[in-house]
Design a protein around this ligand. Sequence first.
Ligand SMILES: CC(C)(COP(=O)(O)OP(=O)(O)OC[C@H]1O[C@@H](n2cnc3c(N)ncnc32)[C@H](O)[C@@H]1OP(=O)(O)O)[C@@H](O)C(=O)NCCC(=O)NCCS
Length: 128
Amino acid sequence: MSQSDDVILIAVASAAVGVDVEGLDAVAGDGHVADVAEMTLSPRELDRFLALPPADRRRAWARSFARKEATLKSRGLGLGDVALSEVDVLDDRTGATTLVDLKVDDDHVGAVALRNPKALVRWKELAT
Ligand SMILES: CC(C)(COP(=O)(O)OP(=O)(O)OC[C@H]1O[C@@H](n2cnc3c(N)ncnc32)[C@H](O)[C@@H]1OP(=O)(O)O)[C@@H](O)C(=O)NCCC(=O)NCCS
């Protein structure tokens, strides 16, 4: 599960699963988003991030961070267990994992990671 503000995501799966929701205001200041991106994104992710217009970068970074946290949770790991820049989450499917972005609302982004390379993900809103 994951919680940010009044959003709670709960994932249920037959494979190991991780889910995460991030508020777009998780990092204060647009300049700071670029600094945090340098520390947390893989080289490939950072190239893609820097190619974006500044107005799109906050959402893009939050989406990457949600994908990374979901991936770590699906492996039973926490933020202190691994360098985030070594967790590349650009690909939706790798040999071991399926990653899906969840469109939560204007202020939040979410992601779910399953340790199953062919998983199908369905999701629904339970309450507003
Ligand atoms: C996993 C983690 C990144 C999530 O933190 P968060 O974004 O503040 O909180 P979220 O609401 O998104 O997620 C919390 C949920 O993640 C899940 N979770 C936490 N640690 C997990 C782990 N190691 N493996 C799998 N799932 C985990 C749990 O379901 C938890 O809910 P619970 O507290 O009700 O059991 C954080 O708890 C973490 O890193 N913990 C390990 C300790 C650590 O490394 N701290 C360093 C911080 S810099």
